[in-house]
Design a protein around this ligand. Structure first.
Ligand code: GRG
Length: 280
C-alpha cells in the first residue's frame, strides 16, 4: 500500500518541495489504512486482484488524508495532533496545509485517470462514484452538519445524518470501488454498499467511544475532543454501554450483507470484526 502510494505521488524533492513534502508528511504518518484495505478486501470478495484494485485503494487514502488535514485546521476542528504526530498546519503553516489537502484531493483524480477502467465501470462511473462521495452531498455535507451541530442538542436521527455522510460514505465508497475494480455484478455492488454503510456507521460509533475511553497516546490523535467541543455523539446521548451495543448491531448487519458472497468475503469479515474491536 505504502509503496503504491509512494509511486503515485511526486517525489518529495520535486519543486515546489514544500508541498510534496507536506503531502507525504500526512500520507505516510502512520494511518491505519482502513479504507484502502477495505477496497482490496472487496476486490478479493468479487474475484478481483490486489494489483487491479490498488490504484483505487490509493485514491480513497488520498481523499481520506486530505479530509483529515482540512478537518484539523483551526477553522475546522483545530487539532495539533494526528496520526501520532503534529498536524500539517503546525509543521508547515495553515496555507501549506490547505494546499496539501487540495493537492491530495486532486492527486486522487490523477490516480483514477491512471486506473484501468472496467467494462461495467468505465472512468466516468469511477469519477462519479468519487465525486458523489467527496462532494457537498456526502463528505462535505457531513462536515457542515458536524460544524453546525457543535453545542446543539442533536437527536439520534440528526446524528445518524452526520455519521452517514462524514464517515460511512467514504467507507462505502471504498468497498464499492474495490468491487468495481473486479467488474462486480449489480448484486455484488448492492451487497458491498450495504456492508460499507453499516460498517461505516459502526466505525464512527466506535470512534466516539474511543474518544472517551482511550488516551491521546493510544489514539495518536487528541482524546476527549468531542466533550470539549460539546459535540453530539452516541456515548453523550445514549451512554457508553448502549453505544457498544449499537456498534455491535451495526456490525452484525454488515456481516449479514455479505451473505451473497457465500464465504468468499473473509477479508471483509475480518475487517468488520477488527473495526468493532479496535483500540485506536
Ligand atoms: C472535507 C474538510 C472535509 C471534511 C470531510 C472526513 C471528514 C469530513 C472529516 C475528517 C475528520 C473526521 C472526524 C472524520 C470522521 C471519520 C474518522 C473518525 C476518521 C478517522 O479515521 P481513521 O481512524 O484515521 O481511519 P487514520 O489516521 O487511521 O487513517
Amino acid at each position: 500500500m505504502n509503496r503504491a502510494l509512494g509511486r503515485f505521488l511526486p517525489p518529495a524533492r520535486t519543486r515546489p518541495a514544500t508541498i510534496h513534502q507536506a503531502m507525504r508528511y500526512s500520507l505516510f504518518a502512520g494511518g491505519k489504512r482502513i479504507r484502502p484495505i477495505l477496497t482490496l478486501a472487496a476486490a478479493e470478495a468479487c474475484g478481483g486482484t490486489t494489483a487491479g484494485a490498488m490504484p483505487l485503494a490509493c485514491v480513497v487514502e488520498c481523499i481520506h488524508t486530505y479530509s483529515l488535514i482540512h478537518d484539523d485546521l483551526p477553522a475546522m476542528d483545530n487539532d495539533d495532533f494526528r496520526r501520532g504526530r503534529a498536524t500539517s498546519h503546525k509543521v508547515y503553516s495553515e496555507g501549506i496545509a490547505v494546499l496539501a489537502g487540495d493537492a491530495l484531493l486532486t492527486q486522487a483524480f490523477e490516480i483514477v485517470a491512471q486506473a484501468k477502467g472496467w467494462p461495467r465501470y468505465p472512468h466516468t462511473a469511477l469519477i462519479r462514484e468519487i465525486t458523489e462521495t467527496a462532494g457537498s452531498l456526502k463528505l462535505i455535507a457531513g462536515q457542515v452538519a458536524d460544524l453546525e451541530g457543535e453545542g446543539e442538542n442533536l437527536s439520534i436521527a440528526q446524528l445518524r445524518y452526520i455519521h452517514e455522510r462524514k464517515t460511512s460514505a467514504l467507507l462505502a465508497c471504498s468497498v464499492r470501488l474495490g468491487g468495481m475494480s473486479a467488474n462486480c455484478t449489480v448484486r455484488q455492488l448492492k451487497a458491498l454498499t450495504d456492508f460499507g454503510y453499516n460498517v461505516g456507521l459502526a466505525f464512527q460509533v466506535i470512534d466516539d467511544i474511543l474518544d472517551v475511553t482511550q488516551t491521546t497516546e493510544e489514539l495518536g490523535k487528541t482524546a476527549g475532543k468531542d466533550q470539549a467541543a460539546a459535540k453530539a455523539t452516541y456515548p453523550a446521548i445514549v451512554g457508553l454501554e448502549k453505544s457498544g451495543k449499537i456498534a455491535k448491531k451495526l456490525t452484525d448487519k454488515a456481516f449479514a450483507a455479505l451473505k451473497p458472497f457465500a464465504g468468499k468475503a473473509t477479508a471483509l469479515e475480518a475487517m468488520a470484526e477488527y473495526l468493532l474491536k479496535r483500540s485506536n
